[in-house]
Design a protein around this ligand. Structure first.
Ligand code: CO
Length: 613
């Protein structure tokens, strides 16, 4: 029986709750006003950082994630601050080199994180080792995390995700020095009785505290949390009611009342919590565009078969909406379990959820494995660690266009071992902009969007005031319009547009603050008006040899130059879409006549990327 003293509640309002419901868009200015009051509630910890917040602040909000953390630390002085860390992938989507891992953990510790919740999408020690050691070196609390997943039946049973699997993971993580163990149920798949059994059995073999993190998605979370408490779980995660339920955490308020007078009573002030909820209600209307509204149900019973976590579901919807294929949502949800099985049953958590999700979208839109992101290719070759199951041999052969499995190089050691140090190069690339280690890490994590953010932050592309004005503009893009608003390339003020007059493309730059026309390019003849069709290569093409963007994203770089001869299928450009890098091939043989997009520029579906004649 656990004592009152050891039972606690963690609040996730400032991180996972809005990551799950609002695509991680909650701004610091809307959290700051209640941070001190939240600090007084008595939470065991507050999760305020990490996960997708680091990416979202730099990519979408023009907000410095390090500054956000320092401000939280100033405002929240009683309650330990926790962050979610994706093992060797930190707060990004790929494995980083060990020197970046060490530096990031150290800076997060210095700037204010007390508890590091460290997980790996594949529950692979190889990907946790370095980050775990770094947390210990900084004398911070290491919470080692088991991603909860199910094989197919939805229960804790079957060939991979059974009770023995979880006990084995927990024991291994405890041996790695964990100060606590977290069960991370990102898709709300953990049923109440499985939770009771899992926590009860873990308690027999694990000496450190056990925390439960679950999502409401399927509708089981409140029951699951209660059964876990009865089984002796030490800490559970909840959030304020306005950002609770749906794909987020269970709400704290009903739990507080449920536990009143029991040995687990957290003795939180309900009226204070309700007042904090009223505040959240007052600021949330401006984020309404990020919420999924068409459904009547607050829960999604189908998640029990498609196993899609909250953040992933909201991302899929916005991605499909951007491509104009929201009607394909059901097909994508059906493809996900198939793709997941073929990829060796990875748990659907970042970055695996993005990989499986975007692969399923590609499979539905372009045909199965016709377009495969560079990340999925690297996963199959072992760069993300060891999958819990086996990757389907025929998928491997299709992806690598090889009949012979032995010809496909796979990695047989900790991926971090074979990555060259990255920090010095990042410092060198930034030497004219900044030498601040926190800035260097932003760039090391996200070379393209991070650089964009840092140039604005350091006034190279816009002043501080301009940046603020910029960041408050709505981010929606009208994909139906021929004149397409592009992300700023030269200054954060200057907007560049692709304007078509009949079939001639002009690139037009405008400064919206004074409505001045900056430049108009020479016309480029295109076949914009002609019929286009999705091709087997996974991009849109027509007979005139134009490469068009198959979906919205950012052009990271071209792999060819104007004048260069290419063969059909040769790599032409790298498009970052759905957080994955996709190499786009030449639609035909010929000579590159024009490359109309600036690297770093945002494109929408159908934007012209290359003309080959
Ligand atoms: Co979560």
């Amino acid at each position: 029986m656990i004592t009152l003293k050891s039972f606690g509640i963690t609040d996730t309002t400032f991180r996972d709750a809005h990551q799950s419901l609002l695509a991680t868009r909650l701004r610091m200015e809307d959290m700051e006003p209640i941070a001190s009051e939240m600090d007084q509630i008595g939470f065991a910890s507050m999760e305020v950082w990490g996960g997708a917040t680091f990416d979202a602040t730099t990519r979408y909000l023009s907000e410095d994630p390090w500054e956000r953390l320092r401000r939280f630390k100033k405002l929240i002085t009683q309650t330990p601050l926790s962050m979610l860390l994706r093992g060797q992938s930190l707060v990004g989507y790929k494995a980083y080199s060990d020197d970046v891992v060490d530096a990031f953990v150290e800076r997060a510790a210095v700037n204010g994180i007390d508890i590091f919740r460290v997980f790996d999408a594949l529950n692979d020690e190889w990907n946790l080792e370095r980050a775990a050691a770094a947390v210990k070196n900084n004398q911070k609390h290491l919470q080692m995390t088991i991603c909860y997943s199910v094989t197919e039946s939805g229960k804790m049973e079957g060939p991979i995700y059974n009770l023995d699997y979880y006990l084995d993971r927990a024991k291994s993580f405890q041996n790695m020095g964990a100060d606590s163990i977290c069960i991370k149920d990102m898709a709300g798949l953990l049923s109440p009785y499985d939770a009771f059994e899992l926590v009860s059995e873990l308690k027999k073999v694990i000496n450190v505290p056990i925390q439960l993190h679950t999502h409401y998605t399927s509708g089981m979370a409140s029951m699951t949390v209660l059964k876990a408490i009865e089984a002796g779980v030490d800490v559970v995660d909840t959030c304020l009611a306005p950002l609770a339920l749906r794909t987020s955490q269970p709400a704290v308020e009903p739990l507080v009342v449920t536990l009143r007078g029991t040995e687990y009573d957290p003795k939180f002030n309900l009226d204070t919590l309700i007042g904090l909820g009223d505040y959240m209600e007052s600021i949330l209307p401006k984020y309404r565009e990020y919420m999924e509204t068409p459904r009547a149900a607050v829960i999604d019973a189908k998640v029990l078969s498609h196993q899609i976590p909250g953040g992933m579901a909201s991302n899929l919807i916005s991605q499909l909406r951007d491509i104009g294929s929201l009607d394909k949502l059901e097909d994508v949800l059906e493809d996900i379990p198939v793709t997941r099985k073929e990829l060796g049953y990875p748990p659907l958590v970042t970055p695996m959820s993005q990989m499986v999700g975007s692969q399923a979208v590609s499979n539905v839109i372009f045909g199965r494995y016709k377009m495969v992101s560079n990340e999925v290719k690297e996963y199959i070759s072992g760069m993300y660690g060891r999958p819990p199951g086996k990757v389907d041999v025929s998928v491997k052969a299709t992806v690598f266009e090889s009949e012979d499995e032995t010809e496909i190089t796979t990695i047989t050691e900790r991926p971090g071992n074979i990555l060259e140090p990255e920090l010095n190069k990042a410092e060198d690339d930034l030497k004219d902009i900044t030498s601040d280690i926190d800035d260097v890490l932003i760039y090391a994590l996200y070379p393209t969007t991070g650089m964009k953010f840092l140039r604005i932050k350091h006034g190279i592309d816009a002043s501080e005031e301009d940046r603020d004005a910029e960041s408050k503009q709505p981010l929606s893009v009208d994909t139906s319009s021929k004149a397409t608003e592009q992300a700023p390339t030269k200054s954060s003020n200057i907007r560049s547009f692709n304007v078509y007059i009949d079939d001639i493309l002009f690139k037009v730059e405008v400064d919206p603050t004074d409505q001045n026309l900056i430049s108009i390019s020479d016309g480029i003849k295109t076949q914009k008006g002609s019929e286009t069709k999705p091709s087997v290569n996974g991009h849109t093409e027509n007979s005139e040899g134009q490469l068009e963007s198959p979906m919205p994203g950012v052009i990271l770089r071209y792999l060819v130059e104007v004048g260069q001869e290419v063969k059909q299928g040769d790599p032409v450009a790298v498009l970052e879409a759905m957080k994955m890098e996709n190499t786009l091939p030449a639609p035909r043989d010929g000579s590159i006549q024009s490359l109309p997009v600036e690297p770093g520029q945002t494109v929408v579906k159908g934007d012209l990327l290359a003309i080959i004649t």
